[in-house]
Each structure stands twice: as structure tokens, then as C-alpha cells.
Design a binder for this molecule. Sequence first.
Ligand code: PRX
Length: 632
Amino acid sequence: MSLRIHNLEEYELAYANSIANPEEFWADIANNFQWEKPWSKVLDWNFTEPKVEWFLDAKLNITVNCLDRHIENNGHQTALIWEPNDPKENTIKFTYKDLLKEVSKMANVLKDLGVKKGDRVCLYMPMVPELSFAVLACARIGAIHSVVFAGFSANSISDRINDCQAGYVITTDALSRGAKQIPVKAVVDEALEMVTCVKKVLVVNRLNWPVHMLEGRDIWYHDIKGIVSEICEPEIMDAQDPLFILYTSGSTGKPKGVVHACGGYMVYAGYTFANVFQYEPNDVFWCTADIGWVTGHTYILYGPLMNASTSLMFEGIPTYPDPGRFWSIIDKHAVNIFYTAPTAIRSLMAAGIDHVLAYGLYSLKTLGSVGEPINVEAWHWYHTHVGKGKCPVIDTWWQTETGGVMISALAGISPLIPAHAGFPLPGIQTVLLNSDGIEIAENDVEGYLAIKFPWPGMLRTTWGDHERCRINYFDTYKGYYFTGDGAKRNSDGQYRILGRVDDVINVSGHRFGTAEIENAINLNKQVIESAVVGYPHDIKGQGIYAFVIPAKMPVDPNVLKDEIIETIVAQIGRIAKPDKIQIVSGLPKTRSGKIMRRILRKIAEGETENLGDTSTLLDPMVVDEIKNGAIK
Ligand code: PRX
């Protein structure tokens, strides 16, 4: 069997085989990759501990599959196109040969710094080519990369570094984002004041910003990159060795380090890229995500590179220098497959149609969406104005924990219904559960989305705390991986994702735990208690609404609100800024002291009429106060 499915019949056959004989099915897929040593057993698993191991005893290096094995036939093909923030700056293209050389140099630099197999390396960088080199360089030498999105604050970085005890950090002097230049190294310096495990900091020069370099700890990349060898032999990894950690928010206060393993992740990233996007040789593929999120890991780097693709990496933002930037890049590089988030589509919709109509967009053949439910209006706008009615829009549902796409149409193959992710990929046994954890067999139903059989891309643990992994994903519904999402299944069996059913808010495709934001707010000395809920937001999908009880009612609530925002920015980062803060004298609580979030959510949604029974509340009067002061 080859990696690629070509038509609906092949999909149906692959799906049926993958259910009847999962191990045989995945072994056939895995045979398309280069292994140093084959597996002795395809799968060993239980969802109780949980323990999931794929391709036992197999040896590999994922970068051999991303780079070395393409050199003979595709060495001169462009692997990476880097498009800078400022359109006046030059694009840089790297062939597979160039990329292998750059990755090997960065890998040798890391070795020189003392990085060894199994060491954790934190990458806090903007979207510069060196970020790609650094990710792959870690994988080359068997170090575990933990990329932290460059919008997070010093506190968030130090939490993540301390959690995985990273010994090394790679960063840049500064970054450019739209018209702004923002310090990066200075944020790392601040983070490292709260950390003792970091031995070396490697700094890439992006903007010639003056930075403080701590003697003995901080090293400029350009000072040593010229003196290391351009060849670096790949470290041979066990299929179960961790490849990377990526921190993500859950319903508890502290983000958790999702761990992916070398062998399974490789197979799943490669397989899903080939099939979901139906990539053809010489296509230019562009995923607009940041490598700081899982989408960038799997679909800017690993998935495309394993398929010898040309992948575009963009440093900037969709609205700079104007809201036509995405479309101008598509025309400039003749992009064929474009993969972005609903929030970006909605913000560009709001900027007006003229920005799109100014560009031909003739090269496009497939459009993708990821990160949050895409509303029907945005789907049609994307299909009609960007895809000119001729490109399938595929809505890909997945998560940091799943490693790659789980539910999606296969471009040009599967039937499409706007705002529906569609059918699960081969190998993915999706189910809907009712609140008792019982599978709902029929179609035309709604329930909790869970997966009942392992797939190669699934997370293996949460770093340093396996019990947390069990409780978070495998405890709510015994025998299942629980996604935290609710979904509908239509009469044909296609899924429509409804969104999170836990205390996670999805803001512009980024996950935040309500508890995480509340913890940050509560650090403000004037705050006694807070409750955070999500509410529908036209552009971001969900906005953050915070209800805050102060120790004493402030004379000017705006001063307190500004302070709260400052605390959140310092604790988490700019991306977690609440959209609305309401100062209240109390919160609706049950007699046992539990906050009734259902009521707060309704108020935040502007639905103040039908709040249900409030008579059992400790203080029903407080609801009227909150209703009357609600921020529109
Ligand atoms: O709620 C779902 C939503 O994003 C969550 C996963 O977030 P994260 O791990 O940050 O990964 C985002 C990119 C893979 C899911 O639990 N989500 C993701 N894709 C979709 C989606 N919701 C609806 N439709 C999607 N296509």
C-alpha cells in the first residue's frame, strides 16, 4: 500500500482496513518511511495507565526522513521559502541540500554548546529561518525541542523551562511584527532570572538590536556557525524516544507539556500531510501558523518536509503592510495549497473585499482551515473570494495532543459541507459519547467527541507527570481518549465540531484555561476573586470575559482594569488579554460555594433574559447586579 489515497473508494477501503486490521494498516504506511531498524511489534497499548507504544524497538531519525532521503532526487528542489515581515526585504529560498547543510551546522553548534541526546532545548524565537533549523537540529541530535510561542511572557517561559528543566535556550535579539519591533532576548533574560537550569543561550541576530550578553552563558549564533562542520550524522533514536514537548492549556491552572514520540509522530505527520492536502510534486504549500503552535510543527516543517514538499514560512502578519498581504504572497510565490485559521479569514473579511479582488490567486487549488470551528459565512467567503469557487475548503479538526489532523475532508476527494470537518481519517476511530460515557451509535446526534483506539500521532504523556495525562484525557470516559470537544454527527456520519465542553477558551485558535487566566488576575493584590468565561466574538471566535471581585469597590474601575490587564500580560502574555472586564461585588455561587459559570456565560453572551433557576444561589441578588452592569 502506498502513502496516498487517490479517490473516495480508496479512502473507504483504507478506512475499513484500518478498523479491521489497525496494526497491518499502520505497518503498511510506516513502510513508506526510512527506518534504521524495523519494529518488532507494531503496537502495544492500553488506555488505563495509559500506555501507547508504536513501532516497538524500531530505530530512526526523523530528519533523515525530512532531509537526507530527498537529497538524491530532490536535492535542488526548494524545501523552504522564507517570506519576511517587511515585503521590501528579500525572500530567502532553501533547497533540500541547503536546508540539510543549515540544520547540520545548527546541530553541530548545539553539540558544541554541550547539548546531548535527551536534553531539553527551549526555542523562543520569531518566524525566522533559524527557528526551522533549530527545530530540526534538535531532532537531528536527539535533543527534545520545546518551542514557546514568541508572544508569551517571561513568566510563561520560565514556567515552561522549569517544568521540563531545559538546559539550553535558543532565541533572537528582537522580532518584527507588522510595523512594530519587539525585544525577544530581553524577555528571555527576564525569564532566566527565575530559572537555574539553563546553561547556555544561543542568540540569532535578526535586527541588530543592542542586547545584553551574559558572559559564559550567552553566545551569538553567527560567531560559531562559520567554524563548525556542515555535516552532522543523525543520532539514531528509538521510536519511543520523545521528539518534542509542546505546552498547551487545559482546564487546570498550569499548562501541560504534551510529549510526542519520534516514530509514531513521524508516521502520522507524513501520512496526514500527504492525504489531507493531496500534495502533488512541485506544489507550493503555505501554512500560516506560527511554529510556536502544533500546526506549525506538523504542517510547516515535519509533514511537508517528509513529503519532499516546498513549504512557505511567513514571518509577518496578515494585515501588514495592508490586509492584502496574504493574497500578495500567494501570487508572489504561486502558492497552490493555503492553510490558515478562521480568525484570520474573519479579520480579512472585515477589512473589505477589495484587498482580495486586487489579486489573481490563480495558483490556488486547495484551501484549508484549522484551529476553531469555521462559521458558514467565513467558509463561503473563503471559498468564493479566495478560492474563486474552484478550490475545496477543507476544515481540519485536530489538537496539540493528536499530533496531526484527525477529522477532515481529503482535498478534492471527499464531499464537503460548509462548517463540517467531515469524516475521520483512516485509522481514527471517533465516537460520540453521552454524558454517561455510553457510545451513541446512531447518526444525526450530538455528544462528546472521543477516540477509542490509538493512532500513531497521539501524545504519549505529559512531561514529568504521567498521572496528569491519565486524568486529563483518559479518566473522564474510561477506555477512551477524551478530546474535550463536543460535536454533532449528521445523517451521513460527517462530524461538525461544536467547540470545547471543558473550561478551555479558544481565542483566535489559541487555547487558554479559564483557571489559568483567573490565577493571573488573582495575583493582583486588590482582587479577591475572579471568574473567567468565553463568549462568542466576531473575529476571534471566542473572547475572554472576566468578572472580578475587588477588595474594595474602586473609585475609578478603569485603573483597576488596566492593572489587571498588565498582570495578565506579565503572567501569560499579550495574547491572553481579556476583551471585557466587569468589576462586581459578588459572583453567583451555590450554597456549597461553587461558581455557577453557566449563568456567567449567559450574561457574557448577552442572554440575560433566560438564566434558568437562580433561587438556589447563595445570593440571588448578585445576578441582577451583574446583569445590569454587563459589558455589551
Ligand atoms: O476545540 C478544538 C479546536 O482547537 C482545539 C485544539 O487546540 P490546539 O491544541 O491549540 O490545536 C489547534 C490546532 C490543531 C480543539 O480541541 N479546533 C481545532 N481545529 C478545529 C477546532 N475546532 C473546530 N474545527 C476545527 N477544524
